[in-house]
Design a protein around this ligand. Structure first.
Ligand code: EPS
Length: 395
């Protein structure tokens, strides 16, 4: 079993992630983690912070001479903001009681954000006590963890790609789905969309929203190629692969919907047109004639490409706040406080979703194949593949 835990606030000194359950012998470097973090900072429509944020990575534990030890891997990602603006953040976010608060509390809460529910739940009078952790800055730590497990999955031949399929009302045509080796091509596009016409419309829509001080949501898609047959299980609700994927992708900040395969579209069809027909040939083994199920049947991976889509709502922080709200101190109506923000973070969300899918698949793969070293893990996988071929129904 593989698990991870993140800590850290958006304007605190750093983010921390601890990844537990990785086998020993996985090759990893800070450069590889930094490269994935740089992918997450890409994307037209992000705010000024992404231009100076460096995501400086330190491997604090679990890795020696470029290889995992089987012990927890701890990674620190420094927040550039802490160093860049020390007078503000090193006191405002200081853990020491004598240092703060240095600013007036944020009480004109943002509708749609975690502010109000968080203040009510934890008994806070300053929305900063909530927003610092609710911030999507935390997803940098998830991507760092995901980098490790993407490398582990690669030892099984799994490749995961992500792209943006909708930005505001601009939609990519279905034919532009990236293949296993298309990630660099997707990353080269400023909205991470392979449909050039749609990408242009997406950029235009972001420009228009930016002009109005508004924000934009969209839909991202993750496709995992080469997923072994049989990850997840039909036997329990909490062992179903699709359920685990839905939870992990839904947990990304601002995601409000998750779909496996063509889930919502299929709901409107008749059963005779809603499932992927199965064929078998000597050379090709079992094959499904379509990809409606998104590579999961009965909570188990089928070996077909795994497809997960997520709907991200427009960010609740607006550059020109217009939504009606209430000041929690005075109860006076008004508009929310102003906090620096992105116009959209949909391209970054796609990268984060890619890593969250990797974390779920790696957890299920370690559950199925086990092993204390990468060599044992891959040997167990190969033995399963061989046993499938020799088994009662073959491959
Ligand atoms: C975020 C607001 C912005 C984003 C931030 C997420 O931060 P700031 O207010 O400091 O400019 O830049 O995203 C990141 C820092 C990141 O690394 O993704 C928010 O409110 O969630």
């Amino acid at each position: 079993m593989l698990r991870f835990l993140t800590a850290g606030e958006s304007h605190g000194p750093a983010l921390i992630v601890v990844v537990e359950g990785l086998p020993a012998g996985l090759e990893i470097s800070t450069e590889e983690i930094s490269a994935e973090l740089a992918r997450r900072r890409l994307g037209y429509g992000r705010g000024p912070r992404m231009r100076f944020e460096q995501d400086v990575v330190t491997l604090v534990g679990g890795v020696r001479h470029g290889r995992t030890l089987g012990s927890p891997v701890a990674i620190e990602i420094a927040n550039s903001e802490w160093e860049r603006n020390p007078e503000k953040w090193q006191t405002e976010m200081s853990p020491a009681a004598e240092d703060g608060p240095t600013q007036a509390p944020l009480t004109q809460i943002r509708p749609g954000h975690a502010d109000l529910a968080g203040m009510q739940k934890y008994g806070f009078t300053d929305a900063r006590d909530v927003l610092e952790r609710a911030s999507a800055r935390e997803t940098a730590a998830r991507v760092a963890a995901g980098t490790l497990v993407k490398k582990l999955l690669a030892t099984l031949g799994v490749q995961i790609v992500s792209h943006v399929v909708q930005m505001g009302s601009a939609k990519a045509a279905g034919a532009h789905r990236p293949g296993p080796n298309d990630l660099a091509l997707v990353d080269a596009n400023e909205v991470r969309c392979l449909d050039a016409v749609a990408a242009e419309a997406m950029v235009e829509e972001i420009k228009e929203a930016a002009k109005d001080g508004d924000s934009l949501g969209g839909v991202v898609e993750v496709i995992a190629y080469g997923v072994p047959i049989g990850l997840g299980s039909h036997v329990h609700w909490d062992r179903k692969l699709d359920a685990a994927l839905a939870q992990s992708v839904m947990s990304i900040q601002a995601v409000k919907g998750v779909e496996i395969g063509d889930g919502f579209e299929v709901a409107g069809r008749r059963g005779s047109e809603a499932h992927d027909p199965v064929t078998w040939t000597e050379e090709g083994g079992y094959q499904r004639g379509s990809a409606l199920a998104g590579g999961v049947e009965g909570g188990m991976s089928t070996g077909e490409p795994l497809v997960v889509r997520a709907a991200m709502k427009p960010l609740a922080t607006l550059n020109r706040p217009t939504l009606a709200t209430v000041d929690t101190r005075t109860k006076e109506p008004g508009v929310s406080f102003k906090e620096r923000t992105d116009v959209t973070a949909v391209p970054a969300c796609a990268v984060v979703a890619e890593h969250m899918v990797a974390l779920v698949l790696a957890n299920e793969a370690t559950r199925k194949f086990g092993g204390d070293s990468v060599a044992e893990f891959t040997r167990n996988h190969q033995a399963f593949v061989a046993s499938l071929a020799a088994g009662p129904v073959g491959v």
